[in-house]
Design a protein around this ligand. Structure first.
Ligand code: DQA
Length: 148
């Protein structure tokens, strides 16, 4: 078990979660996601910290911060999933478990969403489980890192 938190990182437009295209992403907000993930983590003796940035460099810097401060990363990189070598490179410089989480089933959507740079690093990928996917990723991190 780790005394460091699990970082839950969110990319562009996810600050609008709950308001943006609810037919695809639902009505829960990032605050709801943080609350659910914190509850799941607490059962196993872990903590979470949730961040969001609309900027590619902002996400890269959060991943750098995770190198020192986090035991694992759960990341929904939003549209940068499909474009960002910089985020992939940053994740490759992080040593703990990385889980990629998409609220929607990206494979059922436009073909440009079918490729993920982040999947080249991720230890697991969640897609199409709605916001519940985040908590499922957290559960997996806790069992991998041996929570109580
Ligand atoms: C997303 C899927 C991406 O293709 C999209 O650009 C997002 C959200 C998801 O959670 O389903 O912003 O990552």
């Amino acid at each position: 078990m780790s005394s460091k938190p699990i970082f839950i990182l969110n990319g562009p437009n996810l600050n609008l979660l709950g308001k943006r295209q609810p037919e695809i992403y639902g009505y829960d907000t990032l605050d709801d996601v943080e609350r659910n993930c914190a509850a799941v983590a607490a059962e196993k003796g872990f903590e979470v910290k949730l961040f969001q940035s609309n900027y590619e460099g902002g996400i890269v810097e959060l991943i750098h911060r995770a190198r020192e401060e986090a035991c694992a990363i759960v990341i929904n990189p939003g549209a940068y999933t499909h474009t960002s070598v910089a985020i992939l490179d940053a994740l490759n410089a992080f040593e703990g478990p990385v889980f990629e989480c998409h609220i929607s089933n990206v494979h059922k959507r436009e073909s440009f969403r079918h490729h993920s740079y982040v999947s080249l690093r991720a230890d697991g990928v969640m897609a199409g489980f709605g916001v519940e996917g985040y908590a499922l990723c957290v559960r997996r991190v806790c069992s991998l890192l041996g929570g109580k």
